[in-house]
Design a protein around this ligand. Structure first.
Ligand SMILES: [Ca+2]
Ligand SMILES: [Ca+2]
Length: 249
């Protein structure tokens, strides 16, 4: 699991060799951008696994699409259906997990033996709302129609298509057919709806300055530029300053 620095946006200021030849403007590239997302579950040993109590069981498996592991959920033969949480809002998430801003959840699903159908619901506090972004809009993703059996399917759940008037999503629940069905899940995460906008003026530090042209290096009194690497930080609705170290990157 990542360290809890995910609600950071830290942009390394990569200094271009070209800078030496440019009198005023430096090329600024952004990398190692870390954005905090309300929901993320990579199904690795440090992540929270689904709990099924008596209807089935969940275990890590190396049949995966991301990282080292995925999770396999097996229903007991006597269960008609099983329900479990697939992902919950992250402890270190700062902000509101609003559906308007985080309008989608992306995940990988592989229907195994006896898998027939799956429903997804979003949770806000104690309320659940069935997602209806399957092909025919009844909320039931059917194996053979919405999902290919025996293969990893990447699904993007549209959280704006749901039954009840929930405006925030704090968790994602799955319900599947029981009857010894086997399901695999991996790499679950929220997707931000809006284009990321950065407050460049806020990001400027002692070495940089915001101008009409964008963010530029700030020349000293001799017209020289300090081109040693510098860290830019934004603190806004989307991005929050955290204490972080180079080791995190
Ligand atoms: Ca994984
Ligand atoms: Ca359906």
């Amino acid at each position: 699991m990542f360290k809890k620095y995910l609600f950071a946006l830290v942009c390394s200021f990569v200094i271009s060799v070209l800078l030496f030849n440019l009198p005023a403007l430096a090329d600024v590239t952004y990398d190692d951008v870390k954005v905090n997302l309300p929901i993320e579950n990579n199904m690795e040993p440090d992540d929270t696994l689904p709990i099924l109590e008596s209807d089935g069981s969940a275990e890590l498996t190396q049949d995966r699409v991301q990282g080292d592991y995925a999770v396999k959920v097996s229903a007991v033969s006597t269960a008609d259906s099983v329900e479990y949480s697939l992902a919950e809002v992250q402890e270190d998430f700062v902000g509101t997990p609003s559906i308007a801003q985080y309008s989608k959840i992306k995940l990988w699903v592989k229907p195994g033996p006896k898998a027939q159908w799956i429903k997804f619901s979003i949770r806000y506090r104690t309320s659940y709302s069935l997602l209806t972004c399957d092909q025919n809009g009844d909320g039931i993703f059917e194996v053979g129609k919405d999902l290919i059996s025996g293969k990893w399917n990447e699904i993007v759940l549209d959280l704006t298509k749901h039954q009840d008037s929930i405006t925030e999503a704090e968790g994602l629940k799955a319900e599947t057919n029981g009857n010894s069905s086997e399901w695999y899940f991996d790499s679950i995460s929220s997707v931000e709806a809006s284009t990321i906008s950065l407050n460049l003026a806020e990001m400027a530090n002692s070495k940089t300055i915001k101008t009409n042209e964008g963010l530029q290096f700030n020349p000293d009194t001799n017209g020289k530029y300090d081109i040693t690497p510098t860290i830019l930080t934004a603190d806004s609705q989307q991005f929050h300053r955290v204490d972080t170290t180079q080791n995190d990157f």
